[in-house]
Ligand binder design. Structure first.
Ligand code: AQP
Length: 350
């Protein structure tokens, strides 16, 4: 089947949307709108895979769902030209995930490092949903037969699993797929990860070897998209560094994770390369560089935070965007599900 190029990606409404989510994912979402049809999903079903104490309960989930939607729009995603919706409104995500549960192998899931990290030592007590998360993610993408998926570096392994699932489905049901008129036997595309930009892995401000993350207990480890100017300034000034001045060449950042991270953040926000940053700040004091980083961070993030605030103050408007988006998403999803059910051999009303 010739697949139309389509972009799909999602963000979990688990609170504390941060600079890593913005630079690693959302900035690329915005850019891709110029060249592709895009579907951006607030993945609320993924958000409940950890304990309710982690995701905060129903009111918090609804609040965070609206906040991520607001962040998409405030960052420049156009919900009229493209599709923005929350996952749980389109039943096909769960339906296709079940079919994929029967295609994916336990050995594949056992290799997923994110499950191991999130489940920690108490694996027996982790939810089945957390273990199955990458299968639902494959369903999210392939329900729309998306060909390209912009994500941060941490999602690379999950994307590989999505490709494996698509390929195994195409192989397992090859005869049936051809029998239903798809001569090349390709029912699903093998989605390509788009891990691009200068900040595919933004690290914690407290430890340059750990990724910036929503779930890290210390709020000082990340810059939240909702932080005000004073908070951003404080967090950057407190960010861990080492005693050396900044190097003049990129090579000099190789063994200095914290310096490398801050230079990477500056480069990404200013839209320049790391080398250019070092050309300007190399050899100088960290404090000068940090002041400049504060300025560029505030200049970029403050308008987004203000627009997010305006949007979340009008939940009716945000909810309507999600309903409109879900209606359009459902049209595509239903078509895939009807065809997938035929291919699998599920009898359905015609
Ligand atoms: N530190 C990061 N640097 C670059 N990209 C990142 N992403 C996440 N953290 C970084 C990318 O943001 C998108 C949405 O992420 P998610 O909501 O699905 O959550 P996650 O990947 O589990 O990461 P978080 O925000 O750090 O949450 P926790 O603390 O729960 O692990 C994805 O494209 C992701 O790659």
């Amino acid at each position: 089947m010739a697949f139309v190029e389509r972009v799909f990606s999602g963000v979990q409404p688990t609170g504390n949307l941060h600079l890593g989510n913005y630079l690693g994912a959302i900035v690329n979402f915005v850019k891709l709108q110029e060249t592709h049809n895009c579907i951006y999903c607030v993945v609320d079903m993924h958000a409940i895979t950890q304990g309710v104490d982690v995701w905060g309960g129903p009111a918090e989930l609804a609040r965070n769902t609206r906040e991520v939607t607001a962040a998409f729009i405030a960052s420049g995603i156009d919900p009229k030209k493209h599709i923005v919706f929350n996952q749980s409104q389109v039943a096909g995500h769960a339906e296709l995930a079940w079919i994929f549960n029967c295609v994916a192998r336990i050995g594949w899931l056992n290799r997923m490092t994110q499950f191991k990290e999130k489940a920690g030592k108490d694996r027996e007590n982790a939810s089945v949903g957390l273990y199955d998360y990458p299968v639902l993610m494959a369903a999210d993408i392939l329900l729309y037969r998306a060909t390209h998926v912009p994500v941060g570096e941490d999602q690379k392994q999950h994307l590989e699993l999505s490709r494996d699932i698509a390929q195994k489905f195409n192989n397992d049901f090859g005869d049936s797929i051809r029998g239903h008129g798809i001569a090349d036997g390709l029912f699903f595309p093998l989605p390509e990860p788009l891990i691009t930009g200068p900040a595919t892995r933004v690290m914690s401000l407290r430890d340059g070897t750990k990724k910036m993350s929503k779930s890290e207990p210390s709020d000082n480890s990340r810059i939240n998209l909702t932080d005000d100017a004073d908070t951003i300034a404080q967090k950057i000034r407190k960010a861990k560094t080492d005693p050396e001045p900044l190097p003049s060449e990129e090579k000099g950042l190789e063994t200095r994770p914290e310096a490398d991270n801050l230079v990477g953040i500056y480069a990404a926000l200013a839209g320049i390369g790391k080398q250019e940053v070092l050309k300007e700040f190399g050899g100088g004091q960290f404090s000068n560089f940090k002041n400049a980083l504060v300025d560029v961070c505030i200049a970029k993030l403050s308008p987004i935070a203000a627009e997010m605030k305006r949007l979340v103050a009008d939940p009716g408007h945000v909810d309507q965007i999600l309903v409109d988006g879900a209606n359009r998403a459902r049209t595509i999803a239903d078509e895939t599900m009807r065809a997938a059910k035929d291919v699998v051999g599920f009898i359905r009303q015609r």
